[in-house]
Design a protein around this ligand. Structure first.
Ligand code: AHM
Ligand code: MG
Length: 329
């Protein structure tokens, strides 16, 4: 057992094994860990903040009470911008890219993130998460949206933080997927899930069946097949992508947010949600697809582009893909 193996120490060891690594990435990551701890603390006392907010919209420090997703967004930007490791950021919460303030040095990475995913669950004390993706960039370039529009296969790192019964930080740099659990007494993320592998097939399917009247024929046929399968599939859907994904990553299964007649490109965002989770699932031995192509091969056209997503155990995703030929029927 790796007693006391913190996230930053683990990453440092991982980076040391890579020839030519100068440790910039490790420093960037430790800023991200700080942001995760701050957001985790705030999520954990959200109910108390709400009480204070309702009493007069000011907290005990006399500051305006912020909505948690805005708070998470600002926390990440403020924690990350002055480290000198980033040239820019893009957030699901913001229309435009964020250029690092010229008063700080520019670095060779870009950070893309969904600060607090699962917005419908924030106010009801159900698990939510932060999702992030890191790309390389030339620090000399003039930073425009174009620099962010790279296929997911070019990510150098991706991960998520799940705020749940415990807070967990799960990431990949392309060398397996590792999970760390925040020990609130120590104040550190400690290695709890080394080299996560997703089972080749699971028994869980996760989809919003409330949308079934809008589904295309292939989706309906596939879900019907699962319901009648002798493997006894069971439905599990929280409505927070990080929570649904994390459960299926550990237990095996498939999550779908397909394109349908209402959401013709699906709902989820390619750059902030699908790409990072696709990188993780592939590193864990699973698969992520639109139904007819690999998520990580899509070259984005827009920052906030949506994409249909089928993600999880390899054999389950492949079985779903086999039904996608019926989508146009
Ligand atoms: P958000 O970014 O506004 O939070 O929306 C994304 C969330 C995902 O976490 C989740 O998988 C999905 O939306 C749930 O959508 P729905 O409520 O339509 O099932
Ligand atoms: Mg989101």
């Amino acid at each position: 057992m790796n007693i006391g193996m913190t996230l930053t120490k683990f990453l440092l060891e991982e980076q040391r094994r890579l020839p030519g690594s100068k440790g910039n990435f490790t420093a960037l990551f430790s800023d991200l860990v700080v942001a995760a701890k701050i957001i985790s603390r705030e999520v954990n006392r959200a109910g108390l903040i709400d009480i204070l907010g309702a009493a007069g919209s000011k907290n005990v420090h006399g500051e305006e009470v912020q909505k948690l997703d805005e708070y998470a967004n600002t926390t990440i930007i403020k924690t990350m911008e002055h480290g000198g490791h980033l040239s820019g950021m893009a957030s699901e919460e913001m229309d435009e890219i964020i250029k690092v303030d010229p008063k700080y040095p520019r670095g060779k990475y870009l950070l893309l993130f969904d600060p607090l995913d699962g917005s419908s669950n924030i106010d009801v004390n159900i698990s939510v998460g932060t999702i992030f993706s890191i790309l390389r960039c030339n620090p000399e370039c003039e930073l425009t949206e174009k620099e962010f529009l790279k296929a997911g296969a070019e990510q150098v790192c991706a991960g998520y933080i799940l705020y749940s019964s415990s807070t967990m930080f799960v990431y990949t740099t392309g060398h397996g997927v590792h999970g760390f659990t925040l020990d609130p007494n120590v104040g550190e993320f400690l290695l709890s899930h080394e080299n996560i592998r997703i089972p080749d097939r699971g028994k869980i399917y996760s989809v919003n069946e409330g949308n079934s009247r809008h589904w295309l024929p292939g989706t309906s046929l596939y879900i019907e097949k699962l319901k009648n399968d002798e493997k006894n599939y069971t439905a599990r859907y929280v409505g927070s992508l990080v929570a649904d994904f994390h459960r299926n990553l550990l237990k095996g299964g498939v999550f779908l947010y397909p394109a349908d007649k209402k959401s013709v490109s699906g709902k989820l965002r390619l750059l902030y949600e699908a790409n990072p989770l696709a990188f993780i699932v592939e590193q864990a031995g699973g698969k992520a697809s639109t139904g007819d192509k690999r998520i990580l091969d899509i070259v984005p056209e827009k920052l906030h582009q949506r994409v249909p997503l089928i993600i999880g155990s390899k054999s389950d995703v492949e079985e779903a893909e086999s039904f996608w030929k019926y989508q146009d029927a």
